[in-house]
Design a protein around this ligand. Structure first.
Ligand SMILES: C[S@@+](CC[C@H](N)C(=O)[O-])C[C@H]1O[C@@H](n2cnc3c(N)ncnc32)[C@H](O)[C@@H]1O
Length: 264
Protein backbone atom coordinates (compact mmCIF):
# COMPACT_ATOMS: atom_id res chain seq x y z
CA UNK A 1 0.00 0.00 0.00
CA UNK A 2 1.38 3.45 -0.80
CA UNK A 3 2.21 5.73 2.05
CA UNK A 4 0.44 9.07 2.17
CA UNK A 5 -1.64 11.85 3.29
CA UNK A 6 -3.46 11.15 6.51
CA UNK A 7 -1.43 13.03 9.07
CA UNK A 8 -0.63 10.53 11.76
CA UNK A 9 -2.40 7.45 10.49
CA UNK A 10 -0.01 4.54 10.60
CA UNK A 11 -0.51 3.12 7.09
CA UNK A 12 1.30 -0.12 7.90
CA UNK A 13 -0.98 -0.73 10.86
CA UNK A 14 -3.97 0.21 8.70
CA UNK A 15 -3.03 -2.33 6.04
CA UNK A 16 -2.69 -5.06 8.66
CA UNK A 17 -6.07 -4.15 10.18
CA UNK A 18 -7.83 -4.05 6.83
CA UNK A 19 -6.33 -7.40 5.86
CA UNK A 20 -7.29 -8.91 9.19
CA UNK A 21 -10.86 -7.63 8.96
CA UNK A 22 -11.42 -8.91 5.42
CA UNK A 23 -9.70 -12.22 6.17
CA UNK A 24 -12.49 -12.67 8.71
CA UNK A 25 -15.12 -11.64 6.15
CA UNK A 26 -13.79 -14.37 3.85
CA UNK A 27 -13.54 -17.00 6.60
CA UNK A 28 -16.59 -16.25 8.73
CA UNK A 29 -18.97 -13.90 6.93
CA UNK A 30 -21.59 -14.27 9.67
CA UNK A 31 -19.14 -12.75 12.19
CA UNK A 32 -19.66 -9.55 14.14
CA UNK A 33 -18.62 -6.57 11.99
CA UNK A 34 -19.37 -2.81 11.93
CA UNK A 35 -21.11 -3.48 8.62
CA UNK A 36 -23.54 -5.98 7.14
CA UNK A 37 -22.56 -8.76 4.79
CA UNK A 38 -24.35 -11.24 2.57
CA UNK A 39 -27.30 -11.80 0.30
CA UNK A 40 -29.98 -9.86 2.20
CA UNK A 41 -27.72 -6.80 2.06
CA UNK A 42 -27.03 -7.29 -1.65
CA UNK A 43 -30.73 -7.58 -2.49
CA UNK A 44 -31.60 -4.56 -0.39
CA UNK A 45 -28.95 -2.52 -2.23
CA UNK A 46 -30.52 -3.40 -5.57
CA UNK A 47 -28.86 -6.59 -6.82
CA UNK A 48 -31.34 -8.80 -8.64
CA UNK A 49 -32.11 -12.17 -7.08
CA UNK A 50 -32.04 -13.78 -10.53
CA UNK A 51 -28.51 -12.47 -11.17
CA UNK A 52 -27.33 -13.59 -7.74
CA UNK A 53 -28.67 -17.08 -8.44
CA UNK A 54 -26.15 -17.39 -11.28
CA UNK A 55 -23.02 -17.01 -9.17
CA UNK A 56 -21.45 -18.95 -6.25
CA UNK A 57 -23.49 -18.55 -3.03
CA UNK A 58 -20.39 -18.35 -0.85
CA UNK A 59 -19.19 -15.27 -2.75
CA UNK A 60 -22.51 -13.63 -1.88
CA UNK A 61 -22.20 -14.68 1.78
CA UNK A 62 -18.94 -12.68 1.98
CA UNK A 63 -20.26 -9.67 0.05
CA UNK A 64 -19.25 -6.56 2.02
CA UNK A 65 -20.03 -3.87 -0.54
CA UNK A 66 -21.91 -0.63 0.12
CA UNK A 67 -24.05 -0.11 -2.99
CA UNK A 68 -25.21 -1.33 -6.38
CA UNK A 69 -23.79 0.07 -9.61
CA UNK A 70 -24.04 -2.65 -12.24
CA UNK A 71 -26.88 -0.74 -13.95
CA UNK A 72 -24.46 2.21 -14.28
CA UNK A 73 -21.62 -0.03 -15.48
CA UNK A 74 -23.84 -1.46 -18.26
CA UNK A 75 -21.35 -4.26 -18.95
CA UNK A 76 -21.78 -5.71 -22.44
CA UNK A 77 -20.80 -9.08 -23.88
CA UNK A 78 -17.11 -8.96 -24.77
CA UNK A 79 -16.19 -6.22 -22.27
CA UNK A 80 -12.97 -6.39 -20.26
CA UNK A 81 -13.71 -5.49 -16.63
CA UNK A 82 -11.34 -4.60 -13.79
CA UNK A 83 -12.80 -5.03 -10.28
CA UNK A 84 -10.67 -3.25 -7.68
CA UNK A 85 -10.85 -4.74 -4.19
CA UNK A 86 -12.70 -7.79 -5.47
CA UNK A 87 -13.03 -9.47 -2.07
CA UNK A 88 -14.61 -12.92 -2.32
CA UNK A 89 -15.65 -12.10 -5.88
CA UNK A 90 -19.38 -11.31 -5.96
CA UNK A 91 -19.19 -8.32 -8.31
CA UNK A 92 -16.46 -9.99 -10.37
CA UNK A 93 -18.66 -13.05 -10.96
CA UNK A 94 -21.67 -10.90 -11.85
CA UNK A 95 -19.48 -8.92 -14.25
CA UNK A 96 -18.25 -12.19 -15.75
CA UNK A 97 -21.83 -13.30 -16.42
CA UNK A 98 -22.57 -9.96 -18.13
CA UNK A 99 -19.32 -9.94 -20.14
CA UNK A 100 -19.91 -13.52 -21.32
CA UNK A 101 -17.37 -15.96 -22.71
CA UNK A 102 -15.93 -13.34 -25.09
CA UNK A 103 -15.30 -10.95 -22.21
CA UNK A 104 -12.93 -11.14 -19.27
CA UNK A 105 -12.77 -9.95 -15.69
CA UNK A 106 -9.73 -9.26 -13.52
CA UNK A 107 -10.33 -8.87 -9.80
CA UNK A 108 -7.53 -7.34 -7.73
CA UNK A 109 -7.24 -7.62 -3.95
CA UNK A 110 -4.47 -7.52 -1.34
CA UNK A 111 -5.96 -9.99 1.16
CA UNK A 112 -4.79 -13.57 0.65
CA UNK A 113 -7.90 -15.25 2.12
CA UNK A 114 -10.24 -13.24 -0.08
CA UNK A 115 -8.19 -14.09 -3.17
CA UNK A 116 -8.00 -17.78 -2.27
CA UNK A 117 -11.75 -17.97 -1.71
CA UNK A 118 -12.63 -16.11 -4.92
CA UNK A 119 -10.22 -18.30 -6.95
CA UNK A 120 -11.59 -21.51 -5.43
CA UNK A 121 -15.22 -20.50 -6.02
CA UNK A 122 -14.49 -19.43 -9.60
CA UNK A 123 -12.73 -22.71 -10.37
CA UNK A 124 -15.46 -24.85 -8.75
CA UNK A 125 -18.21 -23.05 -10.67
CA UNK A 126 -16.33 -23.08 -14.00
CA UNK A 127 -15.90 -19.31 -14.41
CA UNK A 128 -13.20 -19.39 -17.08
CA UNK A 129 -13.35 -15.67 -17.88
CA UNK A 130 -12.43 -14.39 -14.39
CA UNK A 131 -9.04 -14.23 -12.73
CA UNK A 132 -8.08 -12.85 -9.34
CA UNK A 133 -4.74 -11.08 -9.01
CA UNK A 134 -2.92 -10.17 -5.84
CA UNK A 135 -2.12 -6.47 -5.72
CA UNK A 136 -2.88 -3.01 -4.44
CA UNK A 137 -5.59 -0.85 -5.92
CA UNK A 138 -3.15 2.10 -5.90
CA UNK A 139 -0.93 0.24 -8.38
CA UNK A 140 -2.88 -2.72 -9.76
CA UNK A 141 -0.97 -5.35 -11.73
CA UNK A 142 -2.67 -4.60 -15.08
CA UNK A 143 -1.61 -3.16 -18.44
CA UNK A 144 -2.52 0.39 -19.43
CA UNK A 145 -5.60 1.05 -21.57
CA UNK A 146 -6.81 -2.55 -21.58
CA UNK A 147 -10.19 -2.33 -19.80
CA UNK A 148 -13.62 -1.18 -20.96
CA UNK A 149 -15.02 -0.94 -17.44
CA UNK A 150 -13.57 -0.52 -13.96
CA UNK A 151 -15.68 -1.33 -10.89
CA UNK A 152 -15.12 -1.13 -7.16
CA UNK A 153 -17.44 -1.68 -4.21
CA UNK A 154 -16.74 -0.33 -0.74
CA UNK A 155 -12.99 -0.27 -1.21
CA UNK A 156 -11.56 3.10 -2.22
CA UNK A 157 -12.48 4.65 1.15
CA UNK A 158 -10.01 2.17 2.66
CA UNK A 159 -7.08 3.51 0.65
CA UNK A 160 -4.75 6.08 2.23
CA UNK A 161 -3.95 7.37 -1.30
CA UNK A 162 -7.23 7.84 -3.17
CA UNK A 163 -5.77 10.10 -5.92
CA UNK A 164 -3.37 7.25 -6.79
CA UNK A 165 -6.31 4.84 -7.07
CA UNK A 166 -8.20 7.10 -9.49
CA UNK A 167 -5.03 7.68 -11.54
CA UNK A 168 -4.53 3.90 -11.71
CA UNK A 169 -8.13 3.49 -12.91
CA UNK A 170 -7.73 6.17 -15.58
CA UNK A 171 -4.53 4.45 -16.73
CA UNK A 172 -6.17 1.02 -16.93
CA UNK A 173 -9.22 2.22 -18.91
CA UNK A 174 -9.33 2.52 -22.67
CA UNK A 175 -10.38 5.92 -24.04
CA UNK A 176 -14.13 6.13 -23.47
CA UNK A 177 -13.94 3.45 -20.76
CA UNK A 178 -16.29 3.64 -17.76
CA UNK A 179 -15.82 3.61 -14.02
CA UNK A 180 -18.81 2.45 -11.97
CA UNK A 181 -18.42 2.19 -8.23
CA UNK A 182 -20.03 2.33 -4.82
CA UNK A 183 -18.18 3.87 -1.91
CA UNK A 184 -18.48 5.83 1.32
CA UNK A 185 -18.16 9.62 1.45
CA UNK A 186 -19.01 12.23 4.10
CA UNK A 187 -20.81 15.55 4.21
CA UNK A 188 -18.22 17.01 6.53
CA UNK A 189 -14.49 16.54 6.72
CA UNK A 190 -13.86 13.92 9.42
CA UNK A 191 -11.79 15.06 12.40
CA UNK A 192 -8.37 13.54 13.10
CA UNK A 193 -9.76 11.50 16.00
CA UNK A 194 -11.72 9.53 13.40
CA UNK A 195 -9.29 9.57 10.46
CA UNK A 196 -6.42 8.38 12.64
CA UNK A 197 -8.42 5.52 14.14
CA UNK A 198 -7.29 2.51 12.12
CA UNK A 199 -10.18 0.45 13.42
CA UNK A 200 -12.85 2.93 12.22
CA UNK A 201 -10.88 3.26 8.99
CA UNK A 202 -10.91 -0.51 8.43
CA UNK A 203 -14.68 -0.42 9.05
CA UNK A 204 -15.11 1.84 5.98
CA UNK A 205 -15.70 5.06 7.94
CA UNK A 206 -12.40 6.65 9.02
CA UNK A 207 -10.99 6.86 5.50
CA UNK A 208 -14.08 8.36 3.87
CA UNK A 209 -13.40 11.60 2.00
CA UNK A 210 -15.67 14.61 2.09
CA UNK A 211 -17.80 14.36 -1.09
CA UNK A 212 -16.30 17.40 -2.88
CA UNK A 213 -12.79 16.10 -2.25
CA UNK A 214 -13.85 12.71 -3.62
CA UNK A 215 -15.22 14.28 -6.81
CA UNK A 216 -12.06 16.34 -7.21
CA UNK A 217 -9.83 13.27 -6.86
CA UNK A 218 -11.77 11.59 -9.69
CA UNK A 219 -11.70 14.66 -11.93
CA UNK A 220 -8.02 15.33 -11.27
CA UNK A 221 -7.30 11.85 -12.62
CA UNK A 222 -8.87 12.94 -15.93
CA UNK A 223 -12.23 11.19 -15.49
CA UNK A 224 -15.57 12.92 -15.95
CA UNK A 225 -18.39 12.15 -13.54
CA UNK A 226 -21.64 11.42 -15.38
CA UNK A 227 -23.88 10.28 -12.56
CA UNK A 228 -23.81 10.36 -8.75
CA UNK A 229 -26.50 8.95 -6.46
CA UNK A 230 -26.95 8.19 -2.79
CA UNK A 231 -27.61 4.68 -1.50
CA UNK A 232 -30.04 5.33 1.31
CA UNK A 233 -30.51 1.58 1.80
CA UNK A 234 -26.96 1.20 3.13
CA UNK A 235 -26.37 1.43 6.89
CA UNK A 236 -23.63 0.61 9.35
CA UNK A 237 -24.56 -1.65 12.21
CA UNK A 238 -22.41 -0.95 15.28
CA UNK A 239 -23.25 1.89 17.66
CA UNK A 240 -19.79 3.42 17.29
CA UNK A 241 -20.10 3.44 13.53
CA UNK A 242 -23.62 4.79 13.73
CA UNK A 243 -22.51 7.74 15.86
CA UNK A 244 -19.91 8.77 13.27
CA UNK A 245 -22.50 8.35 10.53
CA UNK A 246 -24.96 10.71 12.21
CA UNK A 247 -22.37 13.26 13.25
CA UNK A 248 -20.48 13.61 9.98
CA UNK A 249 -23.03 12.56 7.39
CA UNK A 250 -21.22 9.38 6.36
CA UNK A 251 -23.09 8.13 3.27
CA UNK A 252 -22.89 5.43 0.64
CA UNK A 253 -22.90 6.64 -2.96
CA UNK A 254 -22.77 5.02 -6.39
CA UNK A 255 -21.37 6.82 -9.39
CA UNK A 256 -20.57 6.52 -13.05
CA UNK A 257 -17.55 8.27 -14.56
CA UNK A 258 -15.86 8.01 -17.92
CA UNK A 259 -12.42 8.42 -19.38
CA UNK A 260 -13.09 10.91 -22.19
CA UNK A 261 -12.65 9.68 -25.77
CA UNK A 262 -9.95 12.27 -26.32
CA UNK A 263 -7.78 13.80 -23.64
CA UNK A 264 -7.41 17.55 -23.99
C1 LIG B 1 -15.27 -3.77 2.03
S1 LIG B 1 -14.42 -5.09 1.25
C2 LIG B 1 -15.30 -5.15 -0.29
C3 LIG B 1 -14.98 -6.38 -1.09
C4 LIG B 1 -15.85 -6.54 -2.32
N1 LIG B 1 -15.70 -5.44 -3.24
C5 LIG B 1 -17.31 -6.71 -1.94
O1 LIG B 1 -18.13 -5.88 -2.36
O2 LIG B 1 -17.61 -7.64 -1.19
C6 LIG B 1 -12.89 -4.35 0.82
C7 LIG B 1 -11.91 -5.23 0.07
O3 LIG B 1 -10.88 -4.41 -0.47
C8 LIG B 1 -9.62 -4.97 -0.22
N2 LIG B 1 -8.68 -3.85 -0.11
C9 LIG B 1 -8.73 -2.83 0.75
N3 LIG B 1 -7.75 -1.94 0.52
C10 LIG B 1 -7.04 -2.44 -0.53
C11 LIG B 1 -5.90 -1.98 -1.24
N4 LIG B 1 -5.29 -0.85 -0.91
N5 LIG B 1 -5.45 -2.74 -2.27
C12 LIG B 1 -6.07 -3.91 -2.59
N6 LIG B 1 -7.15 -4.38 -1.95
C13 LIG B 1 -7.64 -3.66 -0.93
C14 LIG B 1 -9.80 -5.77 1.05
O4 LIG B 1 -8.85 -6.81 1.12
C15 LIG B 1 -11.22 -6.29 0.91
O5 LIG B 1 -11.27 -7.52 0.26
Amino acid sequence: MSTTPAQTLDTHELEQRVKHMYEEVARDPQGDFHFETGRALAERLGYSAADLDRIPAQAIDSFAGVGHFLDLAAIEPGDAVLDLGSGSGMDSFLAAVAAGPEGRVAGVDMTAEQLAKARRLGAEAGFHNVEFREGYIEDPPVDAETFDVATSNGVINLSPDKPAVFRAIARALRLGGRLALADIVTNEQLPEGVTCDASLWAACIGGALQRDGYRTAIEDAGLEILEWRENKEYRFVSERADNAVRKYGVTSISLLARRPERTA
